[in-house]
Design a protein around this ligand. Sequence first.
Ligand SMILES: *Cc1c(COP(=O)(O)O)cnc(C)c1O
Length: 408
Amino acid sequence: MITVNEHFLKLKAGYLFPEIGRRVGAFAKANPDAPLIKLGIGDVTEPLPPAVCGAMLKAVEEMSRPATFRGYGPEQGYEFLRQAIADCDYKSRGVAVRPDEIFISDGAKCDTGNIQEIFGLDNIIAVTDPVYPVYVDTNVMAGRTGAGDSSGRYGNIVYMPCTAENNFVPDLPSRPVDLIYLCYPNNPTGAVATQEQLKKWVDYAKKNKAILLFDSAYEAFIQDDSIPHSIYEIEGARDVAIEFRSFSKTAGFTGVRCAFTVVPDGLSAYTRDGQPVSLKSLWNRRHCTKFNGVSYVTQRGAEAVYSPEGREQIRQIIALYMSNAAAMRKALGDLGYAVYGGTDAPYVWLKTPDGVGSWEFFDLLLQKAHVVGTPGAGFGAAGEGYFRLSAFNDPEKVKQAMERIAAI
Ligand SMILES: *Cc1c(COP(=O)(O)O)cnc(C)c1O
């Protein structure tokens, strides 16, 4: 008899976005003339920058001629892109990352989900609460957790609450953990972590022989010069951290698909008897066995993100999203809401009024303002009492949404 991987049965049935979809669908059916403004899902709205499209068109042209056609490329990515990343994302910030430590992929969702495969099943994982659900669900599937409870928390995971009280950056855990997922700038809270806050984590990982998995998918949105863009800006991080980045939010690649993971040489985890094993060699083996590379056309498009024109075009797009975030912060603050995030990340995280739960607030905005956001409780138990609004939209729509919320 064929059996299933029963760990999958522990998963709470992808509750958040389907439930939002259900409520929005029911509302739209009952109110077909009410124009909805969606500030819910974290997807970009501006089209690809012209520099990226130009590079992709040129690459398509190359693929059309026998002399310049390319089949399978290197699984880890083309040298031209890995070199551009090493120079522009890292060297320019005084960080030493070599091209051969960079693995190009089709998404940071896949990478943050797949990375756990190279670690033992008996590791204790730690995640922030609220959290990007991919980190948790992939560990559930692998069998690294117990069953889920009614609040959506799983046994054997250490949850680190992030609330206004700790500026949405977690305190060190009170019990030993091995694999720590951190995401800064953060989705969903829009919070950032300072040098000092990240240093504490690097030191913790060093002392406890733990590994940090650092998701910096939103680093391009950082406006404050003192905030690190990379975990490797922290002294000692090369010995304890893997970093994930993506062109999705940076350059509008959510539909094109390109991202990368950095695994430094010298980064190790251990066998049961304490022998160090290179994580770069394990990840290389995993990547080459299960993945056949990102398309040449896409990688040429990603390379163009680093060209002078590409950088300027991206700067303008990010400035547009960040002006939306500023307008949202201002309008909501004026209405008396406690607002967080939105200064170095494209998400505004607000405290719902006293006694109003996140889902209740969701229904209120939907019914009264016809604005769709995301209830904080959907990202974890500690997100209850908070609400996420995304700055990915047209400035005029954002303005309208704020006027409607003011009129409730
Ligand atoms: C959007 C997002 C990513 C990027 O995912 P891709 O698969 O590269 O599109 C990664 N991490 C977080 C937390 C995100 O919100």
